[in-house]
Design a protein around this ligand. Structure first.
Ligand code: OSB
Ligand code: MG
Length: 369
């Protein structure tokens, strides 16, 4: 498949809610959308980077700049027999995994469409029904949190994740656990704590959490290993894992027992599958994380979630939770906590072109003829 040309555009979409985490508040997303053209077909990828580098280092601007300046010159106008070949061509470029993933996922979609096959089959998926959970941002009060949990449990979500940060942790989680003694419950700190906060984690360790996600620094596997040794509750790493090698090291040294797989964070589907394979070799469960994706990114997340070791509910909730109007035509909605994986060629969804044009910020850039 020759990548004849690639279009980059930024679209702006307002969220239905303020998403509050330990690193900041999100009220709308600026999303870099990548379209790869070849053989009269189109494939779509959505970059997970945000406007500010508060989760990891990349931003919408760095991803755009690295794609234009370094990645696309190696790719546009060239033939790739498969996604492996494309990934090979990007390998000399260090880091910038969110930028690479945006193009890599667009290529997978294009390639799968050219073969007339749904992406999940080409990835090696084994199911088309995906149990999902929900990630609840930091709420104004414990009372509001309890209402939000009740609402999402009633909707059928299979796991509730609560964002925590210093000063908003043990009390709220205890209150939720007391009201909902049996639900699968997790917390996500987004790197807000240090090892000296051990008493917080010892208190959380008594609350029957499924795991504690990314409690410590994004680049500190060592302290996560020290913390894990003191806890019964598994640690799940998100920010810290950018590759299959990171996953191998983290699992081998006991820094985590569960891995959050995000296609964007690790550089694309191929590396996400490698992370999955490493975790499976360690008997460690994985689940699919979310980055407040719109339809294209959410569809890609559903496809990767079909691999066998995705045994815990992911953060791939109904699109209508996030968006008044999504950028794709097909509704990606959970029913009783289950999302169905689209079965058409590629990612199996189509862009709402009229909407995409309307929400585009600035001018799209097209590379190649
Ligand atoms: O840490 O998992 C995270 C959103 C943006 C950045 C990081 C994270 C998240 C979420 C939301 O938790 C997941 C979602 O609903 O898409
Ligand atoms: Mg997380």
């Amino acid at each position: 498949m020759r990548v004849e040309r690639v279009e980059l555009r930024v679209v702006r979409m307002p969220l239905n809610f303020v998403f509050k985490t330990s690193f900041g508040n999100t009220t709308e997303r600026s999303i870099l959308l990548v379209t790869a053209y070849g053989d009269g077909l189109e494939g779509y990828g959505e970059c997970v980077a945000d406007e500010a580098p508060l989760y990891r280092e990349e931003t919408v601007e760095t991803a755009r700049s690295v794609l234009l300046g370094a990645i696309l010159p190696r790719v546009v106008g060239r033939d790739f027999a498969n996604p492996e070949a494309l990934v090979q061509s990007m390998a000399p470029i260090r880091g910038n995994r969110m930028a690479k993933a945006a193009l890599e996922t667009a290529f997978w979609d294009l390639w799968a469409r050219s073969l007339g096959r749904p992406l999940w089959q080409l990835l090696g998926g084994v199911r088309q029904e995906i149990p999902v959970g929900v990630s609840l941002g930091i709420q104004p009060s414990i009372e509001v949190t309890l209402e939000a949990v009740a609402r999402h449990v009633a909707q059928g979500y299979r796991r509730i994740k609560l964002k925590i940060r210093p000063g908003w942790d043990v009390a709220v989680v205890e209150a939720v656990r007391e009201r909902f003694p049996d639900i699968p419950l997790t917390v996500d700190a987004n790197s807000a704590y240090r090892l000296s906060d051990l008493p917080v984690f010892v208190a959380l360790d008594r609350l029957g959490l499924d795991y504690i996600e990314q409690p410590l620094a994004f680049d500190d596997l060592h302290d996560h290993a020290l913390l894990q040794a003191r806890l019964r509750t598994p640690i799940c790493l998100d920010e810290s894992i950018t590759s299959a090698r990171d996953a191998r090291i983290a699992l081998a040294m006991g820094a985590a027992r569960v891995i959050n797989v995000k296609v964007g964070r690790v550089g694309g589907h191929l590396e996400a599958r490698r992370v999955h394979d490493v975790a499976a070799a360690f008997d460690a469960p994985v689940w699919c994380g979310g980055m407040l994706e719109a339809g294209i990114g959410r569809a890609h997340n559903l496809h990767i979630s079909t691999l066998p070791d995705f045994t815990k509910p992911g953060d791939v909730a109904s699109a209508s939770r996030y968006w008044a109007r999504d950028m794709i035509r097909e509704p990606l909605e959970a029913r009783d906590g289950i999302m169905s994986v689209p079965d058409g060629p590629g990612i199996g969804v189509t862009l709402d072109r009229e909407l995409v044009e309307r929400i585009t910020v600035g001018d799209p850039v097209v590379v190649g003829g």
